[in-house]
Design a protein around this ligand. Structure first.
Ligand code: FES
Length: 660
């Protein structure tokens, strides 16, 4: 029998059957997250994307005779009135992020509102590193205590470590001290001691233990990943990732800062959410590797400045207002237990330094992984996440900046956009003559949908970039972003809201509707790419360089976009195609390097101080650069390496073609 809980209501989700008691006033979206229900949340619950549609079931709730229905929810918000059709409203549809719970309810999550398991595309890349971790193990055999030699346990261990390994002036963690007596006697006075920075005993184990593990964590605004590394060999023993649970407090850093500023317990909630997530990642990665969470004796963490502050439970409000100063720049070493991390109790967490308010420890991670400060070539590194972070320069000088790309490349603000999950269209090709579309969905083995294959549910970032680039090359789009209407293809059609192009027909989709890209979608892509290009261009002016030798695309999204499509769009200034590289999750790789090599920690501290941060928003030329960069690939700048690609488009363009 289900008992009533004061100020909590029973929420049941269908078809998953997941249910639980949720505090009055929390949103259906928050309830879904708490109960582990698969539900879209692209805009972070701001009521903007309209992807979290759910239907509230009327009637009695199962065997328990509990009444359920739309009346158990807060009234429709403006956002719901705008985004739901009249039919949907009368059918009991609500936006999960908007509807607040004030009674027992049953919620049906339709197919199009389910995420599936998001593909967190942040795999570790092989990188050479000298193994010199901050944590090392020492095996010690001691003489048993006796009346003749009644030395205290800690002094006995210290003396042995000094005699055998020359280790002096050691201290011991309090929790280790509590366990010391037992550990020394359990295996005949033979122990393995784990030392942090050859300074502090952070663990003691009876007998000989050669393996110790470290966890490198990348806290992204949208996704989090942890790499469990064997500290004795340097290999990644396991990795695990998940959506950052803070997304319910906002999709981007600014909305999370706003949430924290507006809610007394906002910081605590967001901090607890990220700590809980890291504990989950650590537990799952340890399980995968067949070790215990307590075997993790070191952690390194990267994240943008806002994620860094929230992880440390530091108020990020200062990052939301001019002059956008962070609370601390320098790296930190903190006891993991002080942050609530459930690993070896004496272990430390090393948090990499940050550069500026909007260029954080994740960017420092990218720098120590890609090492532009050791190269002669002028390198532009673009880390495309929910925010775009840019670094430009070489061994002589490095500058960095950040730009608000918006969530278009993550699928938000795009009508049929979705995150990189199964059934998302990830690659697109368009025949320049027939305008026929071929696409590939995540989870599908082949291009196009044939009978029984995985059907498309929406389009993710890499698919959006491909689709827009292909539409340009096929002459469907003009460089200004307008559609070339009257091409004689049924895929390009006029609607009440303007023209749209059909990427997938309804019979090829899992949602029973055509998946299209409309004018608004193209504008969202233009805004995102315009901001990125303008940022890169202003940095080139500041550095006094006219061309790029190399472009490095970092981050999950950067790793999956087609570089030719990216250049076609003008995501960045011209560069030879062969000098554009995707390097995977370089921020996470930087965290791994800092975990495995202490010199990399020093290098991170030095480089974080050397990089000059420029604030793009105050650059006088920004507005002009931005408006020119809205064009595909740019209004004025030359793209010699694209000329061949555009030849195809030019050939297919009809002179005097009508536009709309
Ligand atoms: S509208 Fe609810 S998550 Fe975007």
């Amino acid at each position: 029998m289900i008992e009533d809980k004061k100020d909590k209501y029973l929420v049941t989700f269908r078809p998953s059957g997941k249910r639980g008691y949720i505090e009055a006033g929390r949103s259906v979206g928050e309830a879904a997250l708490e109960l582990g229900v698969d539900l879209e949340n692209i805009c972070g619950g701001r009521g903007v994307c309209g992807k979290c549609r759910v239907r509230i079931k009327e009637g009695l709730l199962g065997r328990h005779d509990i009444k359920t229905g739309v009346k158990g929810l807060s009234p429709l918000t403006d956002s719901e009135r705008k985004r739901l059709t009249r039919q949907e409203k009368s059918d009991g549809y609500r936006l999960a992020c908007q509807a607040r719970i004030y009674d027992n309810i049953t919620v049906f999550v339709p197919e199009e509102s389910r995420v599936g398991k998001q593909i967190v595309r942040k795999a570790a890349t092989e990188r050479a590193v000298n193994l010199e971790p901050a944590v090392k193990k020492y095996y010690v055999e001691m003489k048993p205590a006796s009346l003749e030699e009644p030395q205290a346990d800690w002094e006995r261990l210290q003396a042995e470590l000094k005699k055998r390994f020359g280790l002096d002036n050691l201290i011991i963690d309090y929790t280790v001290l509590l366990n010391l007596r037992k550990a020394m006697r359990l295996n005949d006075w033979k122990v393995t001691v784990t030392l942090w920075m050859n300074r502090e005993v952070i663990k003691i184990e009876p007998g000989f233990v050669d393996k110790g593990y470290g966890l490198a964590v990348d806290i992204g605004t949208t996704t989090m990943v942890g790499y469990l590394c064997d500290l004795s060999g340097g290999e990644v023993a396991a990795s695990d990732s998940m959506i950052n649970p803070q997304v319910i407090y906002g999709a981007d850093v600014m909305s999370r800062i706003t949430y924290i500023m507006a809610n007394d317990s906002g910081l605590e909630r967001a901090h607890r959410a990220v700590i809980k997530a890291i504990n989950q990642i650590a537990r799952r990665a340890a399980l995968q590797a067949g070790v215990k969470r307590e075997d993790i004796v070191d952690v390194s963490v990267v994240g943008n400045t806002c994620m860094h502050h929230i992880f440390l439970s530091i108020d990020p409000s200062g990052l939301g207002q001019s002059p956008f100063t962070p609370a601390i720049h320098h790296s930190l070493d903190i006891k993991a237990r002080d942050l609530g991390l459930k690993i070896s109790p004496g272990a430390y967490v090393h948090v990499l330094p940050i550069e500026a308010g909007f260029v954080g420890a994740d960017n420092v991670g990218v720098l120590i992984a890609e090492e532009p400060h050791k190269q002669n070539d002028i390198m532009l590194i673009i880390d495309i996440g929910t925010n775009g972070e840019l670094v430009l320069g070489n061994r002589k000088r490095l500058i960095s900046s950040s730009c608000a790309t918006g969530p278009a490349f993550e699928g938000a603000q795009i009508k049929y956009g979705m995150c990189a999950a199964p059934e998302a269209i990830e690659k697109v090709k368009i025949d320049p003559v027939t305008k026929e579309v071929h696409f590939k969905v995540i989870g599908g083995a082949d291009w196009d949908v044939d009978s029984g294959a995985v059907k498309a549910k929406g389009i993710c970032g890499s698919g959006i970039v491909d689709a827009v680039a292909e539409m340009l090359k096929a002459g469907i789009l003009q460089r200004s972003g307008r559609f070339n209407i009257d091409l004689g293809t049924p895929r390009l059609r006029r609607t009440e809201k303007g023209p749209e192009f059909v990427i997938a027909w309804a019979n090829e989709t899992a949602i029973g509707q055509d998946i299209t890209l409309c004018q608004g979608d193209i504008r969202a892509v233009q805004l995102a790419k315009g901001a990125m290009y303008a940022g890169a261009k202003l940095m080139m002016c500041r550095l006094g360089v006219a061309r790029l030798d190399k472009v490095v695309l970092a981050g999950a999204f950067g790793s999956y976009i087609d570089k030719e499509s990216a250049l076609t769009l003008g995501l960045f200034p011209d560069c030879p195609l062969e000098d554009i590289y995707s390097v995977g999750n370089a921020a996470g790789d930087g965290a791994r390097l800092a975990l495995l090599n202490m010199d990399k920690r020093s290098e991170a501290d030095e480089i974080a101080r050397e990089v000059e941060y420029i604030e793009l928003a105050v650059e006088p030329d920004f507005a002009t650069q931005f408006s020119q960069a809205m064009y595909f690939p740019h209004k004025k700048d030359e793209f010699p390496h694209l000329s061949e690609l555009f030849q195809a488009k030019k050939n297919s363009e009809v002179k005097g073609m009508k536009t709309c």
